[in-house]
Write a protein that binds this ligand. Structure first.
Ligand code: SAM
Ligand code: DTB
Ligand code: SF4
Length: 353
């Protein structure tokens, strides 16, 4: 079978046509593409930590951390490095392969940069992949983060260009594209996706996926979030999205970005196991693992380990998505992978014993 080509010239009509396929045809196509590029029974697991919480100057209508809305969130200053490292170590012990650190900033300030860079160095030295999401980045900031060893930078487009102004007014779509460009030029991997269920229509979901797929390089990681409705935000009462529309979005993302990890991201707390299994079938192969996202709840780690067991899913270990050449060059340690895998499942046994 020839592998699906990597394209960067998708039209909205082509993406709409994928969304319009009968559900079974769409999921079958997505799963077929998935199998050309990935082990269908492996899912990458990342753990998230909020390193600076609340009082954000931006007005993103979905966000509990925006200072524009009263969500009753306790704000916190930038966490001390030791605390972050301890959390990262705990995440690694539970079997996470990547540690993602998020800050409620419009962009990092000059005075915070040295701390953030030190965090990257120390978390990386634990043997974890590192990811940060700190808001907009200038080129020199992106370069510094890359130099400190940051593997991934998360910066979402969130929705279509057309719907964007309904959701955020304090920074433009172009600002976001510029940050993504700076991250790429600095040589980091890109994590970029969006949120479903914010009152957008199917064309907006198609528009977002088109934007992502037509970036000069596909983001290595594409988080597809279901809106977590938080009381006090302007979107707290928005109508629920049909769950099948969410699965369709994952499937289309998988088809048009065949080599990317598609992350079943925020919103799993409100999804049952069957819905999550359907998302994996549609090509999702990454999750956030651990009881908390940034400020809202995520399923219990033990529940996720049980779900993986029931579905025969293995956690993808750091480096498994590397090329054969990289493997042969000894960048991936098979023994460590096996040990980590045991660590992940043994944690279940320890907690259920
Ligand atoms: N302040 C930085 C920024 O916006 O780039 C980083 C942190 S921000 C919380 C990271 C991402 O979390 C947002 O781009 C958005 O996609 C997602 N997010 C925030 N609140 C959410 C919610 N209530 N439901 C789903 N996703 C959410
Ligand atoms: C992403 O796309 N989703 C994550 C991560 N990137 C940083 C954040 C989800 C946040 C959900 C709301 C909260 O917990 O505050
Ligand atoms: Fe601030 Fe990020 Fe939340 Fe927007 S999404 S309000 S930028 S923390």
């Amino acid at each position: 079978m020839t592998a699906s080509p990597i394209r960067h010239d998708w039209t909205l009509d082509e993406i709409r046509a994928l969304f319009d396929l009968p559900f079974n045809d769409l999921v079958f196509k997505a799963q077929s593409v998935h199998r050309e590029h990935f082990d269908p029974n492996e899912v990458q697991v990342s753990t998230l930590l909020s390193i600076k919480t609340g009082a954000c100057p931006e007005d993103c209508k979905y966000c509990p951390q925006s200072g524009h809305y009263n969500t009753g969130l306790e704000k916190e200053k930038l966490l001390e490095i030791e605390k972050v490292v301890a959390e990262a170590r705990a995440a690694k012990d539970k079997g996470a392969s990547r540690f993602c650190m998020g800050a409620a900033w419009r962009s990092p300030s000059r005075k915070d940069m040295p701390y953030v860079l030190d965090m990257v160095r120390q978390v990386k030295s634990l043997g974890l992949e590192t990811c940060m999401t700190l808001g907009m980045l200038q080129q020199d900031e992106a370069n510094q983060l890359a130099e400190a060893g940051l593997d991934y930078y998360n910066h979402n487009l969130d929705t279509s260009e057309k719907y964007y102004n309904h959701i955020i007014t304090t920074r433009t779509y172009q600002d976001r594209l510029d940050t993504l460009d700076n991250v790429r030029k600095a040589g980091m991997k890109v994590c970029c996706g969006g949120i479903m269920g914010m009152g957008e229509d199917e064309d907006d979901r198609a528009g977002l996926i088109m934007q992502l797929a037509n970036l000069p390089h596909h983001p290595e990681s594409v988080p597809i979030n279901m809106l977590v409705k938080v009381a006090g935000t302007p979107l707290e009462d928005v109508e629920d999205l049909d769950p099948f529309e969410f699965v369709r979005t994952i499937a289309v993302a998988r088809i048009v970005m065949p080599e990317s990890h598609v992350r079943l991201s925020a919103g799993r707390e409100n999804m049952n196991d069957q819905m999550q299994a359907l998302c994996f079938l549609a090509g999702a192969n990454s999750i956030f693992y651990g009881e908390k996202l940034l400020t809202t709840a995520n399923p219990e780690a033990d529940h996720d380990r049980q779900l993986f067991k029931r579905l025969g899913i293995r956690p993808e270990q750091r480096g498994e998505a590397h090329t054969d050449e990289e493997r042969e060059a000894g960048l991936v340690d098979a023994l460590e992978k096996e040990r980590n895998r045991h660590l992940f499942y043994d944690a279940t046994e320890r907690q259920t014993a």
